[in-house]
Design a protein around this ligand. Structure first.
Ligand code: NAG
Ligand code: NAG
Ligand code: NAG
Ligand code: NAG
Ligand code: NAG
Ligand code: NAG
Ligand code: NAG
Ligand code: NAG
Ligand code: NAG
Length: 504
């Protein structure tokens, strides 16, 4: 049982490994996640952080400044956005010393061990807490002043997430403007963001735009699916062509700011996502749509495509959200925005493999995984046993009478198993090592009727790998034998085992 959990945990690692590779290639743009905590069994901060590390998630937003989470996030390299909860906003917006106390207690006390890089002051305040609107900008200013006093204002940015619903007439984007009755707040807010080199935080929910559009918005357009060019939405003023709601909303925000003469404030999308499950009146809240939206979004953002108005200007984005929040009130979809359940099991495996981004060069240059010449046969045998057991490689082709039985030696059999494993793992870095007895090669090891598939597991089929039914004795020995040479896996393995033992 321990072991099953550990293995499924590792599978998560591999499954999202690609996003790590994507991130590594795009330096100043990121995809982070929001961490809501409305769960009946909220994982312990150390478990949350173990999941983040395993998934190589390097940017998170908290909806508060929970001390336990901030401590668990210390020395992880993860960049953290903390939030002033709406309940605390009135106090902070009315008293600079309350603001200074908040910053001392929730930011300075944890920095720099915990890399807090931004503070969101409230959450959709203008739409959910209208009576706080008049003190919102003061709250931002007071928080900022406290950072200035500690000389941290360059490292830590202050902003406030806005609901995109305050942007009216958002299509065509060039005609968008902020709800004018909020201008008395928006104008000083933008002035503040500009003068402090901060960014506009925008919550973008194409799911709701789609749901509320009565069929006007096509599902594919909301899901960032490729559209035939005659379905693209053309802004008749600018002739800019829109292929998805996300870009159109971000551009609407740029245009709305420009209509108030603010043209140099960058945008960060503080929330976006798609629910994976809904009630009978929410037919488009499905696993497939959630997967499609988030997968396409991640690729789109990390590709630094920018938007039609500002091509190449990256729009870093926080996905809503890490966990399904079962205690959220409202429709069923409200509880189902998460990428993971409370046990850290993925709700779906993002379709990131074969995205044509990182793997584009794999397609041009197929690679294989083979046993190294001269490797110790005992180590090869152990690795072969591991691959065909815990590694979940289907080794039936190696049985007598099957296509890959000949030549019947450990080198050839191990190569078959290693290569299959490597492809199952989406060619994740480290998945062709096996304690040093395997290496990536461009030579296709196929021979006779034994053909080495190049494409297995490259397009999200990892979702199909289930945890092996091994017991913990075996788990320990194989873990020791191979150390799961994937990423810096020691940490993860510990995390995985810790995780599984906690959840037994
Ligand atoms: C708060 O504001 C008052 C008056 O503007 C000022 O004298 C005081 O120094 C401020 N305190 C802090 C902690 O910024
Ligand atoms: C926090 O992260 C930023 C961005 O990677 C980095 O430049 C900075 O040095 C980090 N700060 C600390 C205290 O680790
Ligand atoms: C504009 O904002 C005001 C005040 O929050 C609100 O009452 C009104 O409904 C909004 N208008 C639109 C069209 O959303
Ligand atoms: C923006 O700038 C233009 C030109 O300087 C000016 O005419 C216009 O009134 C300004 N608009 C606002 C909302 O300040
Ligand atoms: C990535 O960017 C390139 C050019 O910048 C563009 O042609 C391509 O369509 C983009 N891919 C995605 C998935 O956005
Ligand atoms: C393929 O990708 C790897 C890692 O992203 C890179 O190091 C390598 O140079 C690429 N190869 C080609 C032929 O582009
Ligand atoms: C992708 O997966 C589907 C179903 O799992 C499979 O039929 C298809 O051949 C796969 N495509 C590639 C390129 O691997
Ligand atoms: C695994 O994939 C096969 C073929 O794509 C499919 O028939 C089977 O139902 C999948 N199993 C699971 C558990 O998803
Ligand atoms: C656990 O592993 C031991 C040693 O390999 C084996 O004897 C035992 O039958 C296994 N138990 C289960 C439940 O698989």
């Amino acid at each position: 049982m321990d072991y099953q959990m550990a293995v499924s945990f590792l599978l998560l690692v591999f499954s999202l490994l690609l996003s790590l590779q994507l991130q590594a290639t795009a330096e100043d743009v990121f995809v982070g996640v929001n961490i809501g905590t409305d769960l009946s069994v909220m994982p312990h901060p150390t478990q949350v952080v173990a999941l983040l590390k395993a998934q190589q998630i390097r940017h998170v937003r908290l909806y508060d400044a929970d001390g336990g989470m901030l401590m668990a996030l210390a020395n992880t390299g993860i960049q953290v956005m903390v939030t002033v909860p709406n309940e605390q906003l009135l106090g902070i917006g009315q008293s600079n010393s309350t603001a200074a106390n908040w910053v001392n207690h929730n930011v300075i006390a944890h920095y720099p061990a915990t890399n807090i890089t931004s503070i969101s002051v409230g959450s959709e305040v203008l739409t959910t807490l209208p009576n706080a609107a008049k003190i919102l900008v003061n709250a931002l200013k007071y928080i900022h002043s406290a950072l200035v006093a500690s000389n941290l204002d360059h490292q830590i940015k202050v902003s406030t997430p806005l609901s995109s619903s305050i942007i009216l007439d958002s299509f065509p984007p060039s005609q968008a403007f902020f709800n004018a009755s909020l201008d008395s707040v928006i104008v000083p807010l933008l002035g503040f963001l500009q003068s402090t080199n901060s960014f506009l935080m925008l919550n973008v929910y194409p799911y709701y735009d789609y749901m509320q559009s009565d069929g006007f918005i096509l599902l594919d357009y909301a899901l960032l699916k490729p559209l035939p060019s005659n379905k693209e939405a053309v802004d008749s003023n600018t002739l800019l062509r829109y292929t998805n709601v996300f870009d159109a909303m971000v551009d609407a925000a740029y245009f709305a700011m420009a209509s108030l003469n603010f043209t140099n404030i960058p945008i960060i999308v503080s929330e976006t996502g798609w629910p994976s499950k809904g009630g009978s009146n929410e037919p488009d809240a499905t696993l497939e749509n959630a997967n499609t939206y988030n997968s396409n979004l991640i690729r789109h953002v990390l590709n630094k495509t920018g938007t039609p108005k500002h091509p190449g200007i990256a729009v870093s984005t926080y996905i809503y959200e890490l966990y399904n929040e079962d205690l959220k009130p409202g429709p069923i979809s409200e509880k189902n925005w998460g990428l993971f359940d409370a046990n850290g099991k993925p709700i779906y495996i993002l379709h990131l493999t074969g995205s044509g981004l990182v793997l584009a060069n794999d397609t041009a240059n197929p690679t294989y995984c083979a046993a190294k010449e001269g490797a110790d046969p005992k180590m090869l045998q152990a690795a072969l046993d591991w691959a065909c057991g815990p590694g979940r490689v289907d080794c039936s082709a190696l049985l007598q009478g099957q296509p890959c039985y000949e030549p019947d030696n450990v080198m050839a059999h191990a190569t078959y198993a290693f290569n299959t494993y490597y492809h199952q793992m989406g060619k994740a870095s480290g998945s062709c090592d096996f304690n040093g007895v395997a290496a990536v090669t461009t030579t296709n090891p196929s021979h006779g009727s034994c053909s080495f598939s190049e494409s297995v597991g490259r397009n999200g089929t990892m979702a199909n790998i289930t945890a092996p039914s091994m017991n913990s004795t075996n788990a320990d020995s194989s873990a020791t034998a191979f150390g799961y040479n994937i990423l810096s896996c020691a940490v993860m393995m510990v995390g995985a085992l810790l995780w599984s033992s906690i959840w037994l």
